[in-house]
Design a protein around this ligand. Structure first.
Ligand code: AMP
Length: 213
């Protein structure tokens, strides 16, 4: 099973990807998380992309594609995987096509004005990558990860100005992929305004309609 979760920044891709990954027992491959890990560890890749991430721009295609190639060749991906945050450009989509035949692209549609509020209230766990929201999905104890007890943080790129930039980047570079996958018959539209469980149910229904024989 090879799934792609698609949608604008803060549409809830990461939250849904975690739930789907658990339900179908396939790894979640989140390019944003992989890049943030590099930044935190100050690897050569991390040093190269830190500023790009902070500015809300996209990382270089070659680097991102190589990172995905390495990741999907790991043994835990042999029964499938879920891509969260990849592809984000037409060039990346073309590379993915050579690499794998994806079963479905789940496209979360949300009113963009809602997205700014979602992003600004988002908190993440730097240790286990769990995602929370101060109003919509708060942790049991304020500021602390339910799963691993670490102190939650706000992503640098979740500041309002950067969120608006990321939305523009999405519109220009990523949104065109919706029609690309629609034409291929791979796209399923998901209503992203329905809350975490409502969105998840639509995704599970879409996956159950796939003929994965
Ligand atoms: P995300 O956590 O998916 O919102 O990603 C955070 C940031 O990582 C993005 O704003 C980009 O700077 C970078 N990034 C993540 N995925 C990609 C990708 N597929 N291509 C280029 N840059 C990416």
């Amino acid at each position: 099973m090879k799934l792609v979760i698609f949608g604008p920044p803060s549409a809830g891709k990461g939250t849904q990807a975690q739930k789907l990954s658990k339900k179908y027992n396939i790894p979640q491959i989140a390019t944003g998380d992989l890049l943030r890990e590099h930044v935190a560890k100050k690897t050569p890749i991390g040093i190269k992309v830190k500023e790009i991430l902070d500015q809300g721009k996209l990382g270089p295609d070659e680097l991102i594609v190589q990172m995905i190639k390495d990741r999907v060749s790991q043994p835990d991906c042999k029964n499938g995987y879920l891509l969260d945050g990849f592809p984000r450009t037409m060039n990346q989509a073309k590379h993915l096509e050579k690499m794998a035949d994806v079963d479905v692209v789940l496209n979360i549609g949300v009113d963009t004005e809602l997205l700014v509020g979602r992003a600004v209230g988002r908190r993440i766990c730097p240790k286990c990558a769990s995602v929370y929201h101060v109003d919509f999905n708060p942790p049991k104890k304020e500021g602390i990860c339910d799963k691993c007890g670490s102190q939650l943080i706000q992503r640098d790129d979740d500041k309002e100005e950067t969120v608006r930039k990321r939305l523009n980047v999405y519109r220009e570079q990523t949104e065109p992929l919706i029609e690309y996958y629609r034409k291929k018959g791979k796209l399923v539209d998901i209503d992203g305004s329905l809350g975490i469980d409502g969105v998840f149910e639509q995704m599970v229904r879409a996956v159950s309609r796939l003929n994965l024989g």
